[in-house]
Design a protein. Structure first.
Lengths: 114, 114
């Protein structure tokens, strides 16, 4: 039973570049959420995708966008990268939008901006 | 706005003793609370949760207590084991409004000494 998988594990970019991070949900899950975890802080909710649509969004600028594919996998895109975007990006999956089941997290993508 | 706060960045306890991790929240709309455990280089792993209609939930060595009037919850680990050494995150949701924007505290690093 495959858990949540994220790729790549590490990534180095420079300011102004664009990046795409990928996530495959746990088998049987259809909802994907993305979080940003800065050093020394807890994860912050970016947005959630269900049925290939963005269903909810946290307090992040439009530079952060996403996509969900018919197989439930998801991408997080960040444009015009800033130094402050350096963080661990976590993907979490769950079943449905309103469920008693907790979200399952992947191991994250560590993004460093130079 | 930090709606979930974990005021102790670190906690050290002796193996076999009780570990008590604390969490405070400010948003009275939160109705579901979770604890996640995170090892280095891994994603957060769900540990235990509690609905706002309860004041206690127990799962083996782990018990979560909720005091709604004080907007405070705590995680008790008894007895503590060296393998419990990790960062523990408290998280909160407003489930009754289908709000899946999960808010996390900054985490408490627990060290259990043999």
């Amino acid at each position: 039973d495959a858990g949540v998988t994220q790729s790549p594990t590490h990534l180095i970019k420079t300011r102004g570049q664009q990046v795409t991070l990928r996530c495959s949900p746990k088998s049987g899950h259809d909802t994907v959420s993305w979080y940003q975890q800065a050093l020394g802080q807890g994860p912050q909710f970016i947005f959630q995708y269900y049925e290939e649509e963005e269903r909810q969004r946290g307090n992040f600028p439009d530079r952060f966008s996403g996509h969900q594919f018919p197989n439930y996998s998801s991408e997080l895109n960040v444009n015009a990268l800033l130094l402050g975007d350096s963080a661990l990006y976590l993907c979490a999956s769950s079943l449905g939008l309103n469920t008693n089941q907790p979200q399952h997290f992947g191991d994250g993508t560590r993004l460093s901006i130079l | 706005d930090q709606q979930v706060k974990q005021n102790s960045p670190s906690l050290s306890v002796q193996e076999g003793r009780i570990s008590i991790l604390n969490c405070d929240y400010t948003n009275s709309m939160f109705d579901y609370f979770l604890w996640y455990k995170k090892y280095p280089a891994e994603g957060p792993t769900f540990l235990i949760s509690i609905s706002s209609i309860k004041d206690k939930n127990e799962d083996g060595r782990f018990t979560v207590f909720l005091n709604k009037s004080a907007k405070h919850l705590s995680l008790h680990i008894v007895p503590s084991q060296p393998g419990d050494s990790a960062v523990y995150f408290c998280a909160a949701l407003t489930r009754r409004y289908n709000n899946n924007d999960m808010r996390f505290g900054a985490g408490t690093r627990l060290t259990v000494k043999p």
